[in-house]
Design a protein around this ligand. Sequence first.
Ligand code: ADP
Length: 298
Amino acid sequence: MNIQIQDLSQVYKNDFRALNKVNLDIESGMFGLLGPNGAGKSTLMRILVTLLKPTHGEVFVNGMPLSKNRAEVRSYLGYLPQDFRFFSKLRTWEFLDYAASLAGIKKKKERLAAVDELLEQVGLFDVRNRYANKLSGGMKRRLGIAQALIGEPKIIIVDEPTTGLDPEERIRFRNILSNLSQKEVIIILSTHIVGDISSTCRQMALLNRGEVHFQGSPEAFVKQSSGHVFKTSVSFEQMKLISEQYPVITSVPGANGYEIEFVADEVNGWETTLIEPNLEHAYVYFMEYVANEKFQYQ
Ligand code: ADP
């Protein structure tokens, strides 16, 4: 599978330009779309799943223009929207059964087999008789991914799936996605959480204010901040000073102060050791020094 996004722009009715000349090449595997809130990720996802027609540009799916093949492309798609909701009156398995009939699986026996398989796959088989609205937040999100997987889609699009989940559920959700990426499918995961772009993402892009600032492997993105990540020890008094000067990423308190890691273009007046960057360092470095925007932890 492959998706080519060419010169895509989206201007909303109020003249707000949410996407500006976006170009991306996406191959099979997991693709991480990283960007802060308001970057334009949902707008891009909504265009890809044919809910929104772009103002300008084209998307090609295996070479087919999306604008002329909407129905066919739709038949390849599974989508978990950011604000996924379901009817409160249905039990977990009934909801999936209903979703399967909407997806066109007509024979009841076939549907029930597909439902059982999906329940197993996302770890909800034991709670299949529970009302869907009584599931925990993480379970609801897993039910969301299960409905996106009905009909074995070749393109799976998940928009901010781990927001609001506790760390354990977040890891569980990521594992479901990385198991899927073993198959010949494209999974596009949009997120503002750096930790979601795990090593299982072979490709990633960074979107900011509607523009793509980077596309490549997570390793190549990390390399961009090489030589700009430092560690040092500071006293309790110095902590305030240094955190006003540079974005501090981690701080571990000790008896006499903090062990900190921070990013900087260059460091003046502090004794530091250069360290190997990770994805979080690279993202903060990019937002602060390349895009020049204050980074905010969510
Ligand atoms: P993200 O998913 O990265 O948070 P969105 O695509 O939801 O970003 O939004 C990008 C920008 O477009 C935001 O500033 C948002 O307020 C704006 N926006 C989204 N939908 C509309 C709309 N229907 N009309 C006008 N502006 C919109």
